[in-house]
Design a protein around this ligand. Structure first.
Ligand SMILES: Cc1ncc(COP(=O)(O)O)c(C=O)c1O
Length: 401
């Protein structure tokens, strides 16, 4: 096996903690700590802070790195604290009419539910679509069947769009079952129907190459596969879509808002047309400085290389899992999903009737061996990233024996 694309020495992990939980929280590279410390030192002596280089320069560089992550333009990036704030920005800024509808898959992470449900008072309806036979969520989540390679989830979503649907809002990679949706196919079909495709991208960002053809908006926090600190993410928007969004209305979302050689009290300005149109005002430069190092580390390793590496580790893991009678069937289901290009970096092992207590016990057994995974809604989530190696895979296989 080739060397991991992300040099483990860039991180601060140790062998007591085999971290398979970047789908919850990614470790930040060591360079993030250096960069944040260097910036904060400047805050000790404000005269050291440079308006162009720091206040404007760090966010500008971050927008450029964020654009590389999605294969887009820096001018289409809006810096936001989180996935939630990106989706809320879109939901609150769209010009809705009473009777409009938002459609989403059943069982989305709540980031992709509440921004739309909050529009109920404005006469906008939120409707969820089960993605496969036996798919359940909410209080019945643990009774859900698991997705299979043959399930045409995109067809189900598209068939559910109606004449009132304005937005289809989906996760790129789903947080519990790990299913990856074909965002480009959905985007093309949504465009043809005059529906906006809005994507919660956090579970794919940094571990999968993106194709945003046909997508109207893509929001991601930085703290999972992107290995950033909590509280710094981004929103990408298609320029034509953004034009119709009501501007954020901050002093930084207007032309020359930060040009102090012009009277700040001069209100005769146009709204910006680039992503900064939707930014909320002064940014957290500390967060930007941290995220910049993280995003740069991921981009330098190369997202296609990270994705290919994860895939090789997943294949190896599923080979090992297939030899375990207790998990062989699940290994087979996941292998066919992987081969069908249906998975991101999360391998979600369905509990198969074991129930919450047994899954919790399994997690505890893992932790006692220094293996850190997570359970969500009936699935044990094993998430490899660009720094893991075959030995890590063997440790996970051994834990599940
Ligand atoms: C699919 C998905 N979206 C969003 C989030 C997090 O959203 P935010 O960036 O707002 O914390 C998570 C996990 O916490 C997630 O799994």
């Amino acid at each position: 096996m080739t060397l991991p694309p992300l040099n483990p020495a860039l991180l601060h992990l140790d062998s007591d903690h085999l971290w398979l939980m970047h789908c919850s929280e990614g470790p930040v590279p060591r360079s993030v700590v250096r960069s944040v410390r260097a910036y904060l030192h400047k805050e000790l002596w404000p005269w050291e802070l440079k308006w162009k280089e720091d206040y404007l320069g760090i966010p500008d560089e971050l927008r450029r790195e964020a654009a590389k992550i999605v294969g887009g333009e820096a001018s289409d990036i809006t810096l936001t604290p989180s996935t939630s704030s990106g989706l809320v920005t879109v939901a609150q800024s769209l010009r809705w009419s009473r009777g409009d509808e938002v459609v989403a898959p059943l069982g989305e992470f709540p980031t992709n539910i509440w921004p739309w449900k909050a529009l109920e008072a404005r006469g906008v309806r939120f409707r969820e679509v089960p993605l496969w036979d036996g798919h359940q969520a909410g209080a019945a989540a643990w009774s859900s069947t698991a997705p299979r390679a043959g399930d045409d989830v995109e067809a189900r979503l598209l068939a559910a769009l109606g004449h009132a649907t304005r937005v289809l809002a989906v996760s790129w990679v789903r947080f519990q079952d790990g299913l990856k949706l074909d965002v480009a196919a959905l985007g093309a079909a949504c465009r043809a129907r005059g529906v906006h495709l809005v994507v919660d991208g956090i579970q794919g960002a940094g571990t999968l190459p993106a194709d945003l053809t046909g997508v109207s908006a893509f929001a991601s926090g930085g703290h999972k596969g992107l290995l950033g600190p909590q509280g710094q993410g981004f929103l990408w928007t298609d320029p034509a879509f953004r034009k119709d969004l009501i501007p954020m209305g901050s002093w930084m979302s207007v032309e020359e808002g930060t040009a102090f050689d012009r009277a700040s009290t001069d209100h005769n300005r146009a709204w910006l047309e680039d992503g900064q149109r939707m930014e909320p005002g002064t940014l957290s430069i500390v967060s930007c400085a941290g995220a910049l190092e993280s995003f740069r580390t991921v981009n330098e390793a190369g997202i296609p290389a990270i994705a290919a590496h994860i895939r090789r580790l997943q294949e190896r893991f599923l080979e090992g899992l297939a030899r375990n009678p207790a998990w062989a069937e699940e290994a087979q289901r996941l292998r066919t999903l992987l081969e069908a290009g249906r998975l991101g970096s999360i391998l979600s092992l369905h509990h198969g009737g074991r129930g919450p207590a047994a899954m919790q016990e399994l997690l505890m057994k893992g932790m006692r061996r220094g293996v850190y995974a997570s359970v969500r809604e009936g699935y044990l989530r094993v998430a490899f990233h660009g720094w893991h190696d075959p030995e890590d895979v063997e440790r996970v296989v051994d834990w599940l024996e």
